[in-house]
Design a protein around this ligand. Structure first.
Ligand code: ASP
Length: 489
């Protein structure tokens, strides 16, 4: 970050003026210079030092579901000149019964695969986009693009291509509406041959491209494979695109606009009116998202993590709400609270291996884990005793492989007994405040004991920011309630 003072104001403001007005070929070069020299400065007033922040703003599908939301999005973007780069999702649901455009595109793809005609169904997708354009009164004809997409889909362009068009088309409309440049994500987001995201190549290309644009819309969710085909991130992946853009421009803030005012301390479907979380660290968020707290895609943290760019979850329908700030550990956001949040998931199984003298057998653990690896099963937790070892895995991961896992375990480590028990739920009590507070584990166990809940497993990571307990699925809601009451109200 650098500073501009009254001494260099005249030259900078001249440049700024020139760039804002210029509409010709010089644009690109001027923007380039603009980005290098004055990237972070906007208000130029005599005698003062000003810092212009750069914000990357991502809007989820519910924030761009119809024309009314587009208007709201534009007013949010235009309210702050720092909001220079915008990442949109595809139009989401307008009401409970509605279907997301991304889901409609997946359906089209399946219909084509089954040899069905998509004319009528695809028309509904066209109606969504044309409706938004008409209601906004935009002078933009998108029918050529829609026709092209339909044709490409009918000519085996792939499932990811189909899904990605939701963001692509929405990005085109939003860029026209905001009068921002459009950058196609397929030119700046790269995947490797094995399908993994190529962060360094992407960062370089993205940075170079963004330097050329003072303001731009970059559609979320997709990028390109080395062979030129389109590939998407997993569902909800526009959050990752926003984070990639934020890293590339070294943004001061990544605003992620959605339909809730940030994270809550617990699932509101289980706990009545839970408190909002005002600040959470990347690390705490990973722990909570892993346990099912969904607002942000769990991989969206990675691109901004090393640059320590904070993420602010904001509500498009209540922009004045502060939302939740997601920050790096080192940013000094101390907390008074012992716990930041509680989350949990059902659907786990415990594989227990018993063998006398297990603890002195060298290589025992490796052999056990090899069986899981051979069966492509990842484990969640590994609590172990002296003569037994338990492995917590997602029950789904065992589907169709139970007998094989049991017999391989028996064979590989010559166990005395191997069993699998289902219906385990895990609850994570997460908080950076725990490091300083003594007796947190005792309070969790006490709360559960008072609610007559049996604890099947306990796991506290050495980072001391989470305590995970395993309980019977049937006790799930009561356990969350007991822990929440103990720590919050
Ligand atoms: N449209 C995609 C989805 O529905 C990606 C996103 O919204 O982030 O998953």
């Amino acid at each position: 970050m650098c500073f501009i003072t009254h001494k260099n104001v005249p030259c900078v403001s001249f440049l700024y003026e020139k760039i804002s007005k210029s509409k010709n070929v010089v644009d690109k070069r001027l923007n380039f210079i603009y980005n290098i020299i004055v990237k972070k400065f906007v208000n130029l007033q005599k005698g003062r030092t000003f810092i212009m922040k750069v914000k990357v703003v991502k809007f989820g599908g519910s924030s761009l579901a119809d024309a009314e939301h587009f208007r709201q999005v534009a007013s949010i973007v235009k309210a702050d000149p720092a909001r220079r780069y915008v990442v949109p999702s595809a139009p989401g649901k307008r009401n409970k019964e509605d279907t997301k455009v991304t889901d409609m595109l997946y359906t089209c793809y399946d219909m084509i695969k089954n040899g069905e005609n998509i004319d009528e169904y695809f028309e509904k997708i066209c109606d969504r986009y044309n409706g938004i354009i008409a209601e906004l009164g935009l002078d933009f004809n998108i029918s050529g693009e829609l026709e092209y997409v339909k044709n490409a889909m009918c000519h085996a362009s792939g499932r990811d291509y189909a899904a990605s068009r939701g963001e692509y088309l929405n990005g085109l409309i939003l860029s026209k509406y905001l009068k921002y440049d459009f950058i196609d994500a397929e030119n700046v987001i790269y995947f490797r041959d094995n399908g993994t995201f190529d962060e360094e190549k992407t960062n370089e290309a993205m940075r170079e491209e963004l330097m050329q644009h003072k303001n731009a819309v970059i559609p979320g969710f997709y990028g390109v494979m080395p062979n030129g085909t389109i590939k998407t991130f997993s569902r909800g992946g526009s959050d990752i695109t926003g984070s990639i853009v934020a890293r590339a421009v070294e943004a001061d803030l990544y605003e992620n606009w959605t339909d809730v005012s940030g994270f809550l301390m617990a699932d509101p479907r289980i706990i009545d009116d839970p408190c909002p979380i005002s600040t959470i660290t990347y690390h705490e968020l990973r722990e909570l998202s892993y346990m099912g707290a969904t607002v942000l895609h769990e991989d969206a943290i990675f691109p901004v993590r090393y640059a320590k760019i904070p993420i602010n979850i904001k509500n498009t329908n209540a922009p004045e709400d502060a939302g939740t700030m997601i920050v790096a550990e080192t940013q000094g956001y101390d907390t008074e609270k012992v716990i930041t949040g509680i989350a949990g998931k059902k659907g786990f199984s415990v594989i227990t291996i018993e063998k006398d003298m297990m603890n002195s057998e060298i290589g025992f653990g490796r052999k056990v884990l090899e069986v899981l690896e051979d069966n492509a099963i990842s484990f969640e937790h590994l609590p172990s005793g002296i003569d037994n070892m338990s492995i917590v895995v997602a029950t789904d991961a065992l589907a169709g492989r139970r007998d094989k896992v049991l017999s391989s375990m028996n064979r590989s480590v010559r166990a005395d007994r191997v069993t699998i028990e289902d219906h385990l739920a895990l609850i994570a009590v997460v908080g950076r405040g725990m490091v300083k507070a003594k007796g947190t584990a005792a309070r969790v166990f006490d709360a559960l004991a008072s609610a007559d809940i049996n604890i099947r497993m306990i796991d506290q990571g050495s980072s001391e920011i989470s305590i995970i307990v395993g309980i019977e699925e049937k006790d799930f809601n009561a356990a969350l309630d007991a822990i929440y009451k103990e720590f919050v109200k």
